[in-house]
Design a binder for this molecule. Sequence first.
Ligand SMILES: Cc1cc2nc3c(=O)[nH]c(=O)nc-3n(C[C@H](O)[C@H](O)[C@H](O)COP(=O)(O)OP(=O)(O)OC[C@H]3O[C@@H](n4cnc5c(N)ncnc54)[C@H](O)[C@@H]3O)c2cc1C
Length: 384
Amino acid sequence: MQFTAAQQSLRDTFRQFMERELVPATPAFEAGQRSIYPLIKQMVDQLGLGFEADKLAQAKPARSPDAARPHDPETAALLRFAQVQLAIEICRVNPGFALSYFASVGLFGGNVRSRGTPEQIARWVPPILRGEKTGSWCLTEPGAGSDALGSMRATARLDGDSYLLHGEKTFITNAPEADYFLVYAKDDAGSVQAFFVERGTPGLETSKPFAKMGMRSSPTGAVYLNDVRIPREHLLGGGISDRGHVRTSLAAERIGLAVMSYAIAERCFEIAVDYAKTRVQGGQPIASYQLIQQRLARMYVGLSNARRIVYDTGELSVVDACAAKLYVAEVGSFVAIEAIHILGGNGYMEEYVVERLARDAKLVEIGGGTTEIQILTIAKHILA
Ligand SMILES: Cc1cc2nc3c(=O)[nH]c(=O)nc-3n(C[C@H](O)[C@H](O)[C@H](O)COP(=O)(O)OP(=O)(O)OC[C@H]3O[C@@H](n4cnc5c(N)ncnc54)[C@H](O)[C@@H]3O)c2cc1C
């Protein structure tokens, strides 16, 4: 990928921050010995990531939520590149850190921003963009995962001027420490709506972080809603949220997850190539053996195709977002596992990072809709 001077400069700035701050902090994050959120705040401050917050905080009812975004195409393209490259640079080092940051600004912040009223956007989004508050996006339930909407049991009952939320959400990124919760529940008419709940509201509780295979830097947990009373104004968009809204946000999440897998593949591929060139067995570098070359070449094919997908600047339809996520998620897991193999015993050791990245990569085949759900969505579109 050939970067312009402006793109290169952004990439270097992001990479330097990650190498200076995220690399040394990652072992403590992974072991659950240190909270990631202060470093998220530091990243936002030092990289200027909250630049839209002030404008959004002043949003007047007549203004569009996108008013804070640049209209000049060159700036808009650079901004999109910056978002993708920031995600790549974080994920090359620590995908779990990225999962938590983007669940807050993307899943929580992005949904409020695209569907909230101007007042809701002005109140709830700026603290998220500035890294002062952490958001979570609460769709999945113990009995409602792949069929999140159809099997949803959480309810929102209108009681006078407030809603009473009842139910349980699980596998929620940031739940153990989040300040803000965007909770999906069925209203009295059986429609899925999104509701804003703040930590501290009576009846809302969260679990401790779950122990899990990968993404260990990112706290995942349950949210318990026991007749949580919230004002009517906490209904997102005044009630315009719907199934289409959930599907659109899943499409955005899927593109973000594809970027995550690409970054994992990119880093693992680089580690594998360096290792193959320097590791000597039988008197020669293992890279000189054709069986190793074949593995590297296959890894390259996936990486090269995935790169084109994640740097694509066009708007993706929901079905193409599914296709992107399906393909790149498999590339991420494949390349990471191949990297472990090329590193032999060292690949299996924590010190060489690829084993952690392989564990992290598996999440992308599950979260935001499993592989099967992407396939079913694509097939439905083809046959419609
Ligand atoms: C680390 C992590 C973070 C997460 N963060 C969030 C979050 O922030 N917010 C949130 O709302 N959710 C979150 N999730 C939940 C995630 O989106 C779900 O785990 C995922 O959608 C799958 O649901 P499930 O786990 O209930 O699996 P299930 O739906 O029970 O699926 C189990 C298996 O059955 C298959 N299957 C299901 N239905 C079909 C079918 N119709 N045809 C064929 N096969 C099928 C699946 O593909 C899968 O292989 C997170 C999950 C993890 C692991």
